[in-house]
Write a protein that binds this ligand. Structure first.
Ligand code: COA
Length: 156
C-alpha cells in the first residue's frame, strides 16, 4: 500500500517526522511530497525543503521524497498512491482537513484520505510559529530536526 503525505513543509517539524515514521510501519511506501506553490511565499525554497527531506530520510528505503505542483489528486494518480495521508493535531485542524478530503473525493472518488493523530508531544507545533521563534533567535531545537535548526541559522 502506497501512502502519499503531502504538505508545504516550510519547514518540516518533529510533528511531521513523527507522522512519517509511524506511517512507515503501516505502509509499504510513503511518498513525502512538497507542494511547490508559486503563489505562496515560503521561507525555504523548494530545493531547500527537498534537501532537508532527503537528509532526514536518506537511510529509509520505504520513503520517497518529491515535489509536486497542480492538483494533489492528479499527483496521487501519477504516483499510483492508494491513500492520501494527513496528520490531525487538534479539533481545529478537523474542519479544514475534512473539507479538503471531501473535495479530493468529489474530484477522484477512488482516493481515500487517511488521518493519523499527531503525537501528544507535537500537537501544538506549527511551521509558522516555529519560523517566528527562530526569526527572533529563539531556541527551536526541540521542535524541529537538527538539519532544520542549522538551516535556520543560515537564514537568520
Ligand atoms: N505536526 C506538526 N505540525 C503539523 C502537522 C503535524 N503532524 N501536520 C500539519 N502541521 C502544520 C504545519 O506545520 C503547518 O503549519 P502552519 O500553518 O503554521 O504553516 C500546517 O499544519 C499545515 O501544513 P501542511 O501539513 O504542510 O499542509 P498544507 O496545509 O500547507 O498543505 C496541501 C496542504 C498541500 C495538502 C494542499 O494545499 C494541497 O493539496 N494542495 C495542492 C492543490 C490542490 O489539490 N488543491 C485542492 C485541495 S482540495
Amino acid at each position: 500500500m502506497i501512502a502519499l503525505y503531502p504538505g508545504s513543509f516550510d519547514p518540516i517539524t518533529n510533528g511531521h517526522v513523527d507522522i512519517i515514521n509511524r506511517a512507515c510501519k503501516k505502509f509499504d511506501k510513503v511518498i513525502v511530497a512538497v507542494l511547490n506553490n508559486k503563489n505562496k511565499k515560503t521561507l525555504f525554497s523548494i530545493d531547500e525543503r527537498l534537501e532537508i527531506l532527503n537528509t532526514l530520510f536518506e537511510d529509509c528505503d520505504k520513503i520517497i521524497t518529491d515535489s509536486f505542483d497542480g492538483l494533489l489528486i492528479d499527483y496521487a494518480e501519477k504516483m499510483q498512491a492508494d491513500v492520501i495521508l494527513r496528520g490531525l493535531r487538534a479539533v481545529t485542524d478537523f474542519e479544514y482537513e475534512m473539507q479538503m478530503s471531501m473535495f479530493n473525493k468529489a474530484l477522484m472518488p477512488e482516493i481515500e484520505t487517511i488521518f493519523m493523530v499527531t503525537g501528544n508531544d507535537y500537537s501544538f507545533l506549527s511551521s509558522s510559529l516555529v519560523k517566528e521563534i527562530a526569526s527572533f533567535n529563539g531556541d527551536v531545537s526541540s521542535f524541529v530536526p537538527k538539519v532544520v535548526v542549522d538551516k535556520f541559522k543560515e537564514k537568520y
